[in-house]
Design a protein around this ligand. Sequence first.
Ligand SMILES: Nc1ncnc2c1ncn2[C@@H]1O[C@H](COP(=O)(O)OP(=O)(O)OP(=O)(O)O)[C@@H](O)[C@H]1O
Ligand SMILES: [Mg+2]
Length: 316
Amino acid sequence: MAKEKMIKELEDLPGIGETTANKLRAAGIDDLDKVAVASPHELSELVGISVDKAKEAIDAAKDATTINYETGAQVSERRELIGKILTGSKELDKLIGGGIETNAITETYGKFSSGKTQIGFQLCVNAQKARKDGGLEGNVLFIDTEGTFRPERIKDIAEGAGMDINEVLSNIIYVRAETTEKQMLTVEKADKLIEEKNVKLIIVDSLTSLFRAEFIGRGALGERQQKLNTHIHKLQSLADKYSLAVYITNQVMDNPGILFGDPTTPIGGNIIAHAAATRLYLRKSKEEKRIVRLVDSPSMPEGECVIRITKKGVTD
Ligand SMILES: Nc1ncnc2c1ncn2[C@@H]1O[C@H](COP(=O)(O)OP(=O)(O)OP(=O)(O)O)[C@@H](O)[C@H]1O
Ligand SMILES: [Mg+2]
């Protein structure tokens, strides 16, 4: 440590100057962890340095990277700090283990009018409540990609909860994203806003519609998935960094590969399936009723419940 310089960036690695570092970045190897797990031959080929030099850089990167070890008991302690936003329906809260969790991504998918956006509106209001009342005492960043945000619905729901309508509305920071670039940038640049405005819930409604519209055809699928992957990883890292909840909605398609049973499948494939800790499938039933199916959860068994979507929001 004494005579060696601290290695923090690619340029600090032995034999890696600015030009080589930039070549590495261009090839997607943009931090020390990625250098540490690269093979000498791969690195040598990518940026045109000798295999020996590459090996030296990899070893130095390995030494410089740190792994945070925690015991199960420490993780358990940390998890006790996880916040939860109540959904408005006790049945739904029970199904998902007590509410929408912070530090994680919760997804709803389903056909039109299945209630995805309405649940988002309810969460906009509930996130602002006191912790003892099932909120997070925080504000909301609402990224609207479909133009379906309705302040009047927020008013109805806030009024139903006996809250100050204007205050509730002014604690929602709204962004209308018309392109995937705008959608992604809003999340990329959210750090400052989250800190300044005490954002505790980010909603992306919907996560996938613009991606689906912009990247058409088989040829564009790879790029679409890559961008979606970056986007959703950034959302997860914000959830972790600021202990906030992320709620995303997702469109569906009919999967022709499913011959028996319900062919309704969420968009986005494995990338979203892996990233969303809790996945809920919504189906319209009679009148106000919606059937919610818990499809995936880190700690709760699969199951179903019925909720109602009323003028005053989500209830049992
Ligand atoms: N004021 C209200 N009172 C009662 N129910 C309402 C009210 N406003 C909307 N709804 C219900 O919510 C439904 C719309 O649900 P929502 O907007 O959440 O659908 P969605 O799943 O987001 O669909 P999409 O895929 O089209 O975005 C309406 O069809 C209606 O049944
Ligand atoms: Mg909607």
